[in-house]
Design a protein around this ligand. Structure first.
Ligand SMILES: [Zn+2]
Length: 235
């Protein structure tokens, strides 16, 4: 992990010459993208995030703000943005086709399997193959800090998730603690067959760490961590 001032990166992804990526820390805001010499040639693409499972394939910067929670592109110079404050930001990198995906994985997107939908879109548009995908999971709220209701447990149950590996339960009190990271790891490995060695994680809890932002801690809707991934124009 690279401890830059503004955002965290993953060493294995830094070794890919055509890629830029980062998981923003608190205080790193949209206007900072223009000030960063590695990022200022990119066109940022920001969505109106809905906690949906809607993923878009981009060939160019969209003419209007899209409503959804996942972006896929093979076009250089677009910077795909995901804003989070407890939800999991997830990136997919197709090393064979030079393509990337950025996905917003809260519990709603996760039980609707948005990370699977993002990969399926890469597969459909580009012919992506699981063994050539690298995945990066950024900071999110960790399980011990993430109590959810019985209705959430029920939805994951109906969606076929392995409940014992993604929930801690205190049944007497009807309390459920969701591991968003484990749920998405299961989607990537068990459902999509992405090799475990291709998956990298930043195991920091947004709720526990002051350098990150947590909606559950701060209750400020407007503050979000800025996470980004893009393909450099090496031409
Ligand atoms: Zn925590």
């Amino acid at each position: 992990m690279d401890e830059r001032l503004n955002y965290l990166t993953i060493d294995q992804l830094n070794q890919i010459p055509w890629l830029v990526h980062g998981f923003g820390l608190a205080g790193f805001i949209l206007s900072d993208l223009e000030k960063d010499v590695r990022l200022n040639s990119f066109q940022p693409v920001e969505m109106s995030q809905q906690h949906s499972a809607k993923v878009f394939f981009l060939e160019d910067k969209p003419g209007h703000k899209l409503s959804g929670d996942g972006l896929v592109t093979a076009t250089p110079d677009l910077l795909l943005l995901i804003k989070t404050a407890d939800c999991l930001p997830l990136f997919l990198v197709d090393t064979e086709h030079q393509a990337v995906a950025a996905v917003h994985c809260g519990w709603r997107g996760t039980y609707q399997k948005i990370s699977v939908k993002a990969f399926e879109l890469m597969q459909q548009k580009l012919g992506s193959r699981a063994q050539n995908i690298l995945a990066a999971l950024g900071p999110c709220i960790e399980q011990s800090c993430y109590e959810v209701g019985g209705d959430v447990y029920e939805m994951f149950s109906q969606a076929g998730f392995p409940l014992s590996s993604i929930f801690l339960t205190a049944r007497k009190h009807d309390k459920f603690y969701l591991d968003l990271r484990a749920a998405n790891f299961w989607l990537l490995t068990a459902v999509l067959s992405i090799p475990e060695k291709n998956i990298f994680q930043i195991n920091l809890c947004t709720f526990c760490r002051g350098e990150l932002l947590s909606y559950r801690r701060e209750r400020v809707k407007s503050q979000r961590l800025i996470n980004f991934i893009g393909i450099k124009n090496l031409a």
